[in-house]
Design a protein around this ligand. Structure first.
Ligand code: EPU
Length: 430
């Protein structure tokens, strides 16, 4: 099995460039299904989740052309098929966006239940509630979600989300863009990638207002036409490298970011004694002294992101004193804790709360990534730890981090990939 071998204990110095946002890309690429013409999508991250979603569009009949390393042209004008193949859809969570996009385009969709990281239950009842309110029949049989607009076209309506859901908010936007009339989404999620999806669709001719607030209004339009759009930088990738510097020490300029999107992470690092300086499109992160304890609770944006919870836990394991970490989004996102304990971390978990007793050091160990962000957190713990660590199951990490080994090596980390015999590691976006 391919693994990363990391010699810890080296502070990080230099610059890291942040790639396009995974969770924006995996919604914007399916959104191209709604567009009549060629969409040029720029700043696409080179990660396996993006490859998977592009493969699905190609399988449906889209013309996908790679323009350069981070840009693709997607033309969905000639697609006639609304059935997504099972083996491709199960690889990623974001395949659920195909339901909203295909319903919006064709008034029908057949999509297998989504895959992705395992955090306990990951229901999509709020997505379905939205589609049903907009006039679709939705049922699950034969391993597929079957959705069909009763009148052949989705109908604008009011949808109140029972909980703040990123996926449901984006999926309802997708289903509403070409609908008949106005859709109002109340209690909508406000993450930066929701604003990015709305900006992408608006730039192609959609009429979406209020993205970034908790009430989003989508006035259905007859058609979207092609254009070009550049995806925002990845808030979580940037946050991950910020926490890597916090844990390992050193000074790194993290470039191509929107500092505003990082404020929820910056605030916690400042509390812990890490220096963070905001520049126009970069943040400088510096840590030389000891780390102080703090409490962190994950919440929907603009709260502290759940997708940064394992990474901040790695830093808290090295802070002086006792920290309390509360997971406010997912039922079960502490599956990585046993791996941290192998390194000497002292963590007690009770339900959604983890109490972390800071240790003077972590020691190298053999670790197994159990999901994307937990895998990244293990890399961070290994960078800060004393001695050699091995992180296996790195396919989880490479679903969402472009070139993580090269980016960390460039700032002085001692990290190398040991490739499993016979594994093809040529990642491509197209
Ligand atoms: N929920 C429901 N019913 C629904 C939808 C959500 O009960 O119909 C609950 C979930 O169980 C969870 C909460 O609502 O407790 C929030 O879930 P949300 O729908 O916001 O999550 P998601 O759309 O499935 C996206 C990201 C996740 C990220 C969450 C929260 C993508 C592809 N995934 O998931 O990202 O953790 O939002 O911010 O955008 C990651 O990138 O590592 C990742 C897991």
């Amino acid at each position: 099995m391919t693994k990363y071998v990391i010699q810890g204990g080296k502070p990080l110095y230099g610059e890291i460039n942040i790639s396009g946002a995974k969770n924006a890309a995996v919604a914007i690429i399916p959104a191209a299904l709604l567009v009549d013409g060629v969409c040029r999508i720029e700043n696409i991250p080179q990660i396996s989740d993006v490859t998977s979603i592009l493969n699905i569009l190609q399988d449906l009949g889209a013309d996908v052309r790679t323009v350069n390393r981070t840009t693709v042209d997607v033309d969905c004008s000639h697609i006639r098929n609304a059935k997504v193949p099972e083996e491709l859809a199960r690889k990623i969570r974001a395949s659920y966006y195909l339901i909203g996009a295909l319903l919006g385009r064709f008034g029908s969709a057949e999509v297998p239940p989504p895959g992705g990281c395992d955090f306990g239950g990951r229901p999509i009842d709020q997505h379905i509630k939205g589609f049903v309110a907009m006039g679709a029949d939705v049922d699950v049989h034969g391993g597929y979600i079957h959705a069909k607009a009763k009148t052949g076209r989705m109908i604008g309506t009011q949808v109140y989300l029972d909980m703040v859901s990123v996926g449901a908010t984006m999926n309802i936007i997708l289903a509403a863009t070409l609908a008949d009339g106005m859709t109002v989404i109340e209690n909508a999620a406000k993450e930066p990638h929701i604003v990015d999806l709305a900006n992408f669709l608006n730039s192609m001719g959609a009429d979406i207002m209020g993205a970034g607030t908790d009430v989003i209004k989508v006035r259905g339009v007859e058609r979207l036409t092609g254009g070009s759009y550049s995806i925002i930088p990845d808030q979580i990738e940037a946050g991950t490298y910020m926490t890597a510097v916090a844990a390992a020490g050193g000074e790194v300029l993290i470039r191509n970011v929107i500092p505003k999107h990082l404020e929820c992470i910056t605030a916690k690092l400042l509390e812990m004694g890490v220096e963070v300086e905001e520049r126009d499109d970069a943040v400088l992160v510096r840590r030389h002294g000891p780390l102080s304890r703090t409490n962190v609770k994950t919440l929907p944006y603009p709260g502290f992101p759940t997708d940064m919870q394992p990474q901040i836990a790695a830093v808290l394991c090295l802070a002086q004193g006792t920290s309390v970490l509360t997971e406010g989004v997912w039922d079960n996102r502490y599956r990585y804790v046993d791996e941290f304990r192998r390194m000497g971390a002292q963590i007690q978990v009770d339900g959604k709360v983890a109490v972390i007793e800071g240790a003077s050091h972590l020691s190298g160990a053999k670790l197994q990534a159990c999901d994307l962000r937990a895998g990244a957190a293990m890399v961070i713990a290994a960078l800060a730890g004393q001695g050699t660590s091995e992180v296996s199951c790195v396919h989880h990490i490479e679903r969402g981090y472009e070139d993580i080994v090269r980016k960390l090596s460039n700032v002085g980390a001692d990290i190398r990939v040991v490739v499993a015999p016979g594994e093809d590691r040529q990642a491509k976006i197209g």
